[in-house]
Design a protein around this ligand. Structure first.
Ligand code: UDP
Ligand code: MG
Length: 329
C-alpha cells in the first residue's frame, strides 16, 4: 500500500455495492457496513458507492434517502437492469480511493471481513480475495453447480480462479485502473482480476443467509455467467470441437474399411441400417454442437466490435462526491 503524495495522513477506500431490488435488505446492510467502517475511521477514510442496477422496487428511493443523511454515501443508477457484473464495472469506473472493495448488498458478504481485507492490503497485497468456504443453508444443487463450475473453468482456462472466490474482494487503485482499461464487453470480473496477476492474498469466510429478499441468480443467469466465463477465458471448446470432428472422421473411415474387408474376405454385405442411422444422427448432432460452439465465439466477437457501452448511467440522483461517470454527467 502506498499513499499518493497529497498530504493525506490516512488512506481512503471506496466500498462498491451493486443493488438490484434490494429494498428489504439495504437498510440493515448499510447499518452493518457503516458500523464496521466507522470503527476503522481513525486509520482509514471511506466512501460507500451504491450502484442501483435498474431496480423496479423502492431500492433507489431508499438509497437516495441514505445519501441525503450520510455525505459519505454516493448513489449511481443505471438506466435499466444490466446485470451484476456490469453494475460492479460501473462502480469501479466511478469509485475514488486508494483501494476499492467490491461486495454484495444482501449481507451474504460479511462487513466484519473488511478489517481483514484491509490488513492484507496494508501488508502490501494488491488483490485480497474473500474465499467462501461454505454458505449457510445453501442447497446441494447450488453447491454442486458452483464447485462443478470452478472445476470446468480451471480445466479449460489458463487463468486460475480459486474455488469459492467470487466478487467479494479488495483491489488496489492500480488494479482498479488496470481493470477499467480492459475493453472487453463480456466481463467476468473474478477471471479478469486473476488474469491481471498482481500480488494476491486470500481471506476465508462463511457466507450467511441472505438478510432479506431473494437471490437474483436464477439457474439460467448462472448458466449465462458460466458460459460467459468459459468462452471469454478459453478457446479450448473450439479445439475440442476440432478433435471430436477428427474422431468421428477416423471412426467412419475405420467402419468403412471394416465393411469393405468383410465383403471381400467373408463375402457378406453388412446391412446395418439401424446402426448407420445412429452414426448419422450422432455425427449430425456433433456437427451442430461444434457449429454452436463456433457461434458462441462469433457472437462474442460481434458484440465486441459493436463497442456499445456496457452500461448506461441515468442522470445522477444525489450529490456526486465520487466523481462523474464517464466525465459527462
Ligand atoms: N445484483 C445486481 N444486478 C443483478 C443481479 C444482482 O446488481 O442483475 C446484485 C444484488 O443486488 C446483490 C449482488 O448483485 O447485491 C449478488 O446478487 P444475489 O445475492 O442475488 O446473488 P447470489 O448471492 O444469490 O449468488
Ligand atoms: Mg447473495
Amino acid at each position: 500500500m502506498s499513499l499518493p503524495d497529497d498530504g493525506r495522513t490516512r488512506p481512503m477506500i471506496s466500498v462498491i455495492c451493486p443493488c438490484y431490488n434490494e429494498e428489504e435488505v439495504i437498510p440493515a446492510f448499510y447499518e452493518r457496513l457503516t458500523d464496521e467502517l466507522r470503527a476503522l475511521h481513525a486509520e482509514t477514510d471511506y466512501r460507500i458507492v451504491f450502484v442501483d442496477d435498474g431496480s423496479q422496487d423502492r431500492t433507489l428511493d431508499v438509497l437516495i434517502g441514505m445519501a441525503g443523511r450520510d455525505e459519505r454515501v454516493s448513489v449511481y443508477s443505471l438506466s435499466r437492469n444490466f446485470g451484476h457484473q456490469a453494475a460492479l464495472c460501473a462502480g469501479l469506473e466511478v469509485a475514488r480511493g486508494d483501494a476499492i472493495i467490491l461486495m454484495d448488498s444482501d449481507l451474504q458478504h460479511p462487513p466484519a471481513l473488511i478489517p481483514g481485507l484491509l490488513a492484507k492490503w496494508k501488508e502490501g497485497y494488491d488483490v485480497v480475495t474473500a474465499v467462501r468456504k461454505e454458505t449457510e443453508g445453501s442447497s446441494w444443487w447450488k453447491r454442486w453447480t458452483s464447485s462443478t463450475f470452478y472445476k470446468v473453468f480451471n480445466a479449460l482456462s489458463h487463468t486460475y480462479i480459486v474455488p469459492g472466490a467470487a466478487d467479494f474482494c479488495l483491489l488496489s487503485r492500480e488494479v482498479c485502473d488496470a481493470l477499467n482499461r480492459m475493453p472487453e464487453q463480456h466481463r467476468f470480473i473474478r477471471g479478469m482480476i486473476s488474469w491481471l496477476g498482481f500480488k494476491r492474498a486470500c481471506v476465508e469466510y462463511r457466507a450467511d443467509l441472505r438478510a432479506g429478499g431473494a437471490s437474483k441468480y436464477s439457474f439460467s443467469r448462472m448458466l449465462h455467467l458460466a458460459l460467459d466465463a468459459v468462452f471469454s477465458f478459453s478457446i479450448k471448446p473450439i479445439r475440442l470441437a476440432f478433435h471430436v470432428g477428427l474422431l468421428f472422421i477416423a471412426f467412419s473411415v475405420a467402419y468403412f474399411c471394416y465393411i469393405v474387408a468383410r465383403y471381400f474376405y467373408v463375402g457378406d454385405l453388412i446391412a446395418g441400417w439401424g446402426s448407420m442411422m445412429c452414426v448419422l444422427l450422432a455425427s449430425s448432432g456433433v456437427n451442430l454442437l461444434c457449429l454452436g460452439i463456433l457461434g458462441e465465439y462469433l457472437a462474442r466477437t460481434y458484440e465486441q466490435v459493436k463497442t456499445r457501452p456496457r452500461y448506461v448511467f441515468r442522470a445522477l440522483t444525489t450529490r456526486d462526491k465520487a466523481g462523474t461517470p464517464n466525465g459527462k454527467n
